[in-house]
Design a protein around this ligand. Sequence first.
Ligand code: SAH
Length: 501
Amino acid sequence: MPDSYPVVLVGAGPGDPGLLTVAGRHAIENAEVVLYDRLVGDDILALIPDAAERMDVGKRKGDHPVPQDRINQLILEQARSGKRVVRLKGGDPYLFGRGAEELDLLVENGIPFRIVSGVTSAIAAPASVGIPVTHRDHASSVHIVTGHGKDGSAPDIPFDALAGLHGTLVFLMGLSSIEHIANGLVAAGLDADTPAALVENGTLPWRRRLDGSLGTIATVATQEKVTAPAILVVGDVCRLASRYDPTEAAPLRGRRVLVVSSETTASRLATRLGDLGASVRSLAAIEMTPRPLPNAPFDHLRRFNWVVLTSRFASGLFLDELRRGRIDTRSLAGIRFAVVGAVTARPLADVGIYPDLQADDPSASGLAAALRDRVRKNDRVLLFRASVGDRSIDETLQQRGIDFVAVDAYDTTPRTDQWHGIADELAAGGFDAVTFTSASSVAAFADTVPVADLPEDAFQTFCIGAMTADAAKAAGLRPQTPQSANIDAMASLIRERLENA
Ligand code: SAH
């Protein structure tokens, strides 16, 4: 049921999509426009309905962020236009998130709103690397402090007061002033040996914890090139980290893996590798943009007895189109559904459709092979797929003489905006392995990274599916592929090859 409030301020949690609240997810799934921040991850953005408008108001480095006044104004304008607005912010919206300030214009204009609190990084990020912010034997209070002054000025931190509290100190946005903070606490009387830790990208598969003390932590930050978002934790509880970090003795601890992704399958792989202790970096290689769809197939849905969907995105667009045309799902009775894999099936399951055919090998060619045995001469197939890419399904249907309509539902464009420095890092041996889950992500990688110039043994390459491996070979890589094309097998193979490498 859509929200009865025109504006919902939602905390997206600390990064791990599993830590988004149920209420937050519900609000996002019912939004008509979503204004989001830099810290909100792709998995959560993927919940935004494809028909809803997305507004990135926290542009990444290099681009200018939208000024705060403008954001406040945008929220008001969108609410006034009658749309259901979700304002999505990292962590909890009221903790150093300017959440309240963004509501001022709504208050002044009498527009109702609701808050969906989020799990804050201040507690969850330390927890994800083994640090409990309180513990009866170590700290009976926790104090959350911003390391950032108003409008970018130096922070005005009450060091004397903080030093006298004997609690855990958690500094957010403290990376650029870390030296100032550590020195300030020591000058206020804390021992330079007081344990301190930095948590980078807490709760995400590529999270890192760097240990030190007040005396060393600023140097650690520089040496280890810690980047935002990061949290500084100061206090005795940091000593407990190795005890409570679930990945402390994990098999891939210390291994670095670059997961090049185009679909949510890759984020499942990233999570699996993170659970095995690897330090995982995810790079989105592909951006998907919907195309205007032809009306004809939807006006005559009953003409078809198969609908074939080749990605989660294709499934989402198909369902959106039904909604837009107010086509009742009952009119799908008798139509069979074929999907590439579990990820493609998920949006369908949400509306109570369970596919009749799912490929064992979750790729277009895998589904083509499965369809070859299932479609019959008189079947009529509606195929939803990307405008450019693997054409095995089209070819199979053609060969079998099946009547089918293929819809170019969306475009895939390489996305290289976050790739700066990756080639250099790869050349310097910064990654033990690089993984690909689709041929298009290999292509995007090869467009950006000069593979031929890299040392041959710079990293191991892993691919899911024969098409992906072929693309990798063509790009000059030497891929290893698991026997079965699924995430479990891929994670096991990577573990086996990296554990003793
Ligand atoms: N409202 C947010 C905090 C916004 S301020 C919350 O409740 O979490 C932004 C700061 O949060 C960053 O500079 C960093 O210090 C911290 N932060 C957010 N996500 C983080 C993460 N996944 N890991 C480490 N620090 C994080």
